[in-house]
Design a protein around this ligand. Structure first.
Ligand code: CLF
Ligand code: SF4
Length: 302
């Protein structure tokens, strides 16, 4: 990239705490949990908890309607002036709940147009909804993409539900990958900033992540966030029950280092809850539970 492009990019990410390492000390994000359903089954996920593509497993977020979510955003934006980004990241896949997710974005774009919109998805339905995403001016999209090899995918995804049919194993992983690639391309063409999350699973995709990194860079993603698998038997996930371990800090850093020659790596991810509020690493979600925020009046001023 040219220095000029770098400057432009810097401007676009300057106030996004995930996309810019500097920004995360000064700017806050909030999530609203409006999207309960999911269209795939990851072996690191238990549906009782938040989507593990963006979240720390074992956390249960309070589900909101789009109207409640918009109210919450206006309350919090009035109370926390550093609030710059609103993300929908669960508790299921936002694009498996398109009406709820887009209605939420619409309400917020209407009432708080200076808040940037962010969306995190497994990518299956991304090609389908790219036009809505453009229309709504969603600035930042994250795709969780763990492999570019369907054989490896079959070890990570139990099934993929696409257009009313359920596909298992390699067949399902192929469909997911195809849609993720189309989604990446579509984001690039639409000039929407794209970050890719990959869950590092030792013995399954750890050595393969350098290839994933290369592919996503060539397809326009500008930031790669390799997150450790967090796996405990009590979370009731497939990996938890089969004794699959997560990487050590050292193993994680090694893979991140191996990729960092190619592109920018995110190293400050905190694996947030689907209803996280505040600076990264600071969790203020309990100050704004449904019981509490519904009693508060929005004081957000345009
Ligand atoms: Fe939320 Fe994700 Fe947007 Fe950030 S979180 S939807 S990109 S506003 Fe950030 Fe949290 Fe890591 Fe996600 S630290 S889990 S990367
Ligand atoms: Fe769970 Fe998220 Fe995977 Fe869906 S995409 S199965 S909610 S981790």
């Amino acid at each position: 990239t040219t220095p000029e492009m770098d400057e432009k990019l810097k401007e676009r990410i300057a106030k996004h705490p995930c996309y810019s390492e500097e920004a995360h000390h000064h700017y806050a994000r909030m999530h609203v949990a409006v999207a309960p359903a999911c269209n795939i089954q990851c072996n690191y996920c238990n549906r009782k908890y938040d989507c593990a593509n963006e979240s720390r497993p074992g956390v249960v977020s309070e589900l909101l309607t789009p109207e409640e979510a918009a109210h919450k955003v206006l309350v919090i934006a009035g109370k926390i002036p550093q609030m710059t980004v609103l993300g929908v990241a669960g508790p299921g896949d936002p694009l498996a709940n398109p009406e709820k997710t887009f209605r939420t974005f619409e309400l917020i774009a209407d009432k708080a147009p200076d808040i940037k919109l962010c969306l995190s998805t497994n990518g299956l339905m991304l090609p389908e909804y790219i036009d809505r995403i453009k229309q709504l001016n969603i600035d930042h999209v994250t795709i969780t993409l763990n492999t570019i090899d369907p054989e490896i995918g079959a070890q990570i995804y139990a099934w993929v539900h696409y257009k009313r049919k359920r596909y298992k194993g390699v067949e399902g992983a192929k469909i997911l990958l195809e849609k993720q690639l189309e989604g990446l391309q579509a984001l690039k063409e639409a000039d929407i900033l794209c970050k890719v999350n990959s869950v590092m699973i030792p013995g399954i995709n750890d050595h393969h992540l350098v290839e994933v990194n290369k592919m996503i860079r060539e397809n326009g993603a500008f930031l790669h966030n390799i997150m450790p698998l967090i796996s405990a038997p009590e979370h009731g996930t497939h990996f938890g029950l089969t004794g699959q371990r997560g990487p050590t800090g050292k193993e994680l850093k090694e893979v991140q280092d191996n990729c960092s020659g190619n592109m920018k790596m995110m190293r400050h991810c905190r694996q947030c809850r689907a209803d996280a509020v505040g600076l990264l690493g600071e969790d203020r979600s309990q100050e704004f539970t449904k019981e509490k925020f519904l009693e508060m009046a929005p004081e957000y001023n345009l």
